[in-house]
Design a protein around this ligand. Structure first.
Ligand code: GLA
Length: 407
C-alpha cells in the first residue's frame, strides 16, 4: 500500500499493531504479578555456559532447569512462594527452523522447551524464557526482531509462563513501540505470560513502561559482590524521577537477581540484600545453585516474615528516607493500615557495629506509638511512644530489618 510506503517492514509491523491496540485498555492488564514475582533465574550464577561435554552439571541445559525445579519443590522454596523457573540467555540453537521459528539447542534441550515446560508444570511451578528485542540476544543467539508475533506465539505454544525480553542489538529508539507491541502479541496468544522488560535499562519513560510490562530492569546487571548490591541500593535510594512510584500491583521495578547463597556475600550481606529487595518491593528471582545451598542462605531466602513484607498486597515500593554517615534508612508502608516496615543499612566496613537513635515518628503519627519487631527472627525491639528514640545497632555491611505496628 502506497500510504505505508515510508515504513520499513519492522515499522509496518509496529504500526499495524498500534492501530489494533488503540481500542484496547491503556494499562497492562494481564492479571499477573499482583505482587512481586518470585522464582529462580540462571543468569547470574550459570551465565552462558554451553559446554555440556566438559561441564554437564552446570551447562545451560534442560537438565539444569529440571534439577532446579526439583530442588525448589523438595527444599521448600515453592512452598514459600518461589514459583517461576526461568531460562536466561544461551538456550537457543544458532538458527531458526525453515518456517522461521525459534529452536532450542537440540543437544542441550532434547525434549524442547515444551518438554521442559511440562516437567516444570508437573512440579507445580511455572517456566520462564529469555529473548531479545533486537536482531541477536546479548549472548549472540537469534533475536526476535522481525519475528515478534511468531515468537510470542511460539512461546505460548511451548506453554511458557514468563518472557524476559532483553534489548541488545536493537535501536533503543524503537523500544517505545516495540516493547509494548511484544506485550500485545503475548496477550493476543491468550496465554497469561508474565512480561519482564529490559526497556528502561535503555530509556526511562516509566509511565509507558508500566502500561506495557509486569516488571522492568532499570539498572546494570547484578554481580556476585557487595559493591554491586550497594550500587543498586544507592541507585534505588536516589530514585531519580521518582521511579519508585511506578511500582504497584501488576508492575514492578526490577533491581535484578538475588545472589544469596553464591560466593560473593557474607551472611550479613546476604541478609542485607534480602531485606533491601523486600523493602524495595522487588521481584525475588534467586540466581544460585539450589543443589549446593548453605543452610543459612536457604533460611534467609525462605524467611516467611521477610517474604510477607516483599509480597505485601499494597505493593508500595519503599523509599530511602535519609542517610546519615554510613547509614541508610528506608521505610515502606505495608498492611494492615498504619504499619511501616523499615531497614537501616550500614555501608560502613569499620569492624564494629554502628549505633543510631531513630525517632519513632519516622514510622508515622500513631498517638499510642508503635510496637517494633525485628523481621528475620521476630525478636521484639519494644514499644515506643511518639517521639521516643529506638537505639539501633547495625553490623558492618549489614542491616536491621524491622516492622513498626501501631499500638
Ligand atoms: C543482559 C541482561 C542480563 C542477562 C544477559 C544475558 O546483560 O541484563 O540479565 O540476561 O544479558 O546475555
Amino acid at each position: 500500500m502506497l500510504i505505508f510506503g515510508f515504513l520499513s517492514n519492522k515499522n509496518m509491523e509496529y504500526f499495524l499493531v498500534v492501530l489494533a491496540a488503540l481500542a484496547a485498555v491503556e494499562a497492562l492488564d494481564n492479571g499477573l504479578a499482583r505482587t512481586p514475582p518470585m522464582g529462580w533465574l540462571d543468569w547470574e550464577r550459570f551465565r552462558c555456559n554451553t559446554d555440556c561435554t566438559n561441564d554437564p552439571e552446570n551447562c545451560i541445559s534442560e537438565k539444569l532447569f529440571m534439577a532446579m525445579a526439583d530442588r525448589m519443590v523438595a527444599d521448600g522454596y515453592r512452598d514459600v512462594g518461589y514459583e517461576y523457573v526461568n531460562i536466561d540467555d544461551c538456550w537457543l540453537a544458532k538458527e531458526r527452523d525453515d518456517k522461521g521459528r525459534l529452536v532450542a539447542d537440540p543437544v542441550r534441550f532434547p525434549n524442547g522447551i515444551l518438554g521442559l515446560a511440562k516437567y516444570v508444570h508437573s512440579k507445580g511451578l511455572k517456566l520462564g524464557i529469555y529473548e531479545d528485542f533486537g536482531t541477536k540476544t546479548c549472548g549472540g543467539f537469534p533475536g526476535s526482531e522481525f519475528y515478534l508475533q511468531l515468537d510470542a506465539q511460539t512461546f505460548a505454544d511451548w506453554q511458557v509462563d514468563l518472557l524476559k525480553f532483553d534489548g541488545c542489538y536493537s535501536d533503543p529508539r524503537d523500544m517505545q513501540y516495540g516493547y509494548p507491541i511484544m506485550g500485545k502479541f503475548l496477550n493476543m496468544t491468550g496465554r497469561p505470560i508474565l512480561y519482564s522488560c529490559s526497556w528502561p535499562a535503555y530509556i526511562t519513560n516509566y509511565t509507558a513502561i508500566r502500561q506495557a510490562c509486569n516488571m522492568w530492569r532499570n539498572y546494570g546487571d547484578v554481580q556476585d559482590s557487595w559493591d554491586s548490591i550497594l550500587s543498586i541500593v544507592e541507585f534505588y535510594g536516589q530514585d531519580k524521577g521518582n521511579f519508585s512510584e511506578a511500582a504497584g500491583p501488576g508492575g514492578w521495578n526490577d533491581p535484578d537477581m538475588l545472589i544469596v547463597g553464591d560466593f560473593g556475600l557474607s551472611i550479613e550481606q546476604q541478609k542485607a540484600q534480602m531485606a533491601m529487595w523486600c523493602i524495595m518491593a522487588s521481584p525475588l528471582f534467586m540466581s544460585n545453585d539450589l543443589r549446593k545451598m548453605p543452610q543459612e542462605s536457604k533460611a534467609i531466602l525462605q524467611n516467611i516474615h521477610a517474604i510477607k513484607i516483599n509480597q505485601d498486597p499494597l505493593g508500595i515500593q519503599g523509599k530511602q528516607v535519609f542517610g546519615i554517615g554510613n547509614l541508610l534508612v528506608w521505610t515502606r508502608p505495608i498492611m494492615p493500615k498504619g504499619t511501616t516496615a523499615f531497614v537501616v543499612l550500614n555501608k560502613g566496613t569499620g569492624g564494629t557495629p554502628t549505633k543510631l537513635d531513630l525517632n519513632v515518628d519516622l514510622l508515622g503519627q500513631n498517638p499510642s506509638g508503635y510496637n517494633i519487631t525485628e523481621v528475620f527472627d521476630q525478636t521484639s525491639l519494644g514499644i515506643f511512644k511518639p517521639s521516643e528514640k529506638i537505639t539501633i545497632s547495625v553490623n558492618p555491611t549489614g542491616v536491621i530489618f524491622a516492622v513498626g505496628t501501631p499500638v
